[in-house]
Design a protein around this ligand. Structure first.
Ligand code: NAD
Ligand code: MG
Length: 329
């Protein structure tokens, strides 16, 4: 079992000695800035002058600065613009203002791990990755609780990076729920593998293969949609709340028996082989090269793939059904 750190294990005082700049005021930026400010830290936000977040930050009582100004004024810089534009923003507006003793903090390891961003050696580099969208991070903090987080230290020339990153976790409310130490490598690779093989990629393909199998055999698409897609959420809600055995207790005996005996025939050894290949391409950088090697080309391919998926019958019947059930207008 990994060690879980709670509030009582952590000294929050390192953040009270820091000037913290939150760069970007989106999902994570807003929540982390507000939580840290409410925990007593000196926080300011650095934003694009033209961006929509400027007004939002003002409404929350911040007086936003430009990204370069905020980076220059701060000794602790939380880089919370989206991952794809991070390297360019970092190079132009953050890096010129780094000097010995400053700290960079990220909420996802991608750009550091794949060396899209290479900070100078005299700067501490850490990660606090809350395990929820920003909105929930804020909500739970206000309810005197928090969301769990992963934290990591990538480089620590000051010798104080670990105390600071733990204090950041505490200031964000995360150690009320518990925080776990990881590395940039493990966080990045497991995150990419999870979203590709299981969550976003695996889940969509599983649903689509099931839907097409039923429709190709002559079953109405509406029926196929309910049985392979709509009910996915109901089952997953049970797994989320009660675990696999708890979910099984709540479905019929026929579903239990069929699920346990037939599931392994569908997700078989070949799938495990495919997953190992996916993990290898994450680890050896093949995926990163295809995604961030040529960003323009990848963005175009992404648009094309989403357009193509939008034409799939499951999208049409899904829309009709969501309308009927009042989920979508
Ligand atoms: P977001 O898209 O919600 O917000 C990004 C902010 O950056 C906005 O204020 C936006 O206006 C600004 N921005 C966008 N493009 C910019 C550019 N080119 N130059 C300057 N500013 C720009 O982003 P997010 O989801 O909060 O992600 C921030 C970081 O947090 C990422 O590293 C992400 O991986 C990580 N993270 C996100 C979540 C999540 O649930 N959203 C969870 C954990 C970690
Ligand atoms: Mg992810």
């Amino acid at each position: 079992m990994v060690k879980v750190y709670y509030d009582s294990d952590i000294d929050a005082s390192p953040i009270s000695k820091r000037k913290i700049a939150v760069i970007g005021y989106g999902s994570q930026g807003r929540a982390q800035a507000l939580n840290l400010r409410d925990s007593g830290a000196e926080v300011f936000v650095g934003l694009r002058q033209s961006g929509n977040s400027w007004k939002l930050a003002e409404n929350d009582g911040f007086q936003p600065l430009g990204i370069a100004d905020a980076s220059s004024k701060a000794d602790t810089i939380l880089v919370l613009v989206p991952d794809p534009p991070q390297p360019a923003v970092y190079k132009a507006e953050i890096e010129p203002h780094l000097r010995a003793g400053k700290t960079l903090s990220f909420s996802h390891g991608y750009n550091i791990h794949f060396r899209e961003i290479v900070p100078p050696k005299n700067v501490d580099v850490v990660m606090v990755a809350p395990k929820s969208p920003g909105q929930r991070l804020r909500e739970l903090y206000l309810n005197s609780f928090g969301v769990p987080a992963l934290f990591a230290v990538y480089q620590n020339p000051s010798g104080h990076a670990r105390e600071l990153v733990l204090a950041l976790c505490k200031g964000m409310g995360c150690s009320r729920a518990g925080v776990i130490e990881t590395t940039f490598k493990d966080e990045t690779e497991s995150d990419l593998f999870g979203e590709q093989a299981v969550l976003v990629g695996g889940l969509m393909r599983l649903i689509i293969e099931g839907f097409e199998t039923l429709v190709d055999a002559g079953y109405p698409p509406e029926l196929a949609y309910y049985e392979t897609c709509n009910e996915m959420k109901l089952i997953m809600d049970l797994v989320y709340q009660f675990g696999f055995v708890g979910m099984l207790r709540r479905v019929s005996d026929t579903a239990k028996f069929g699920g346990l005996t037939v599931g392994p025939k569908v997700i078989d050894h070949q799938v495990r082989k495919n997953m190992k290949d996916v993990l290898k391409e994450v680890q050896d950088g093949t995926f990163a090269k295809s995604w961030t090697g040529d960003r323009k080309q990848a963005a175009q391919l992404l648009d094309e793939m989403i357009d193509e998926l939008g034409k799939h019958p499951i999208e049409k019947v899904g829309k009709d059904i969501r309308k009927l059930s009042g989920l979508e207008k």
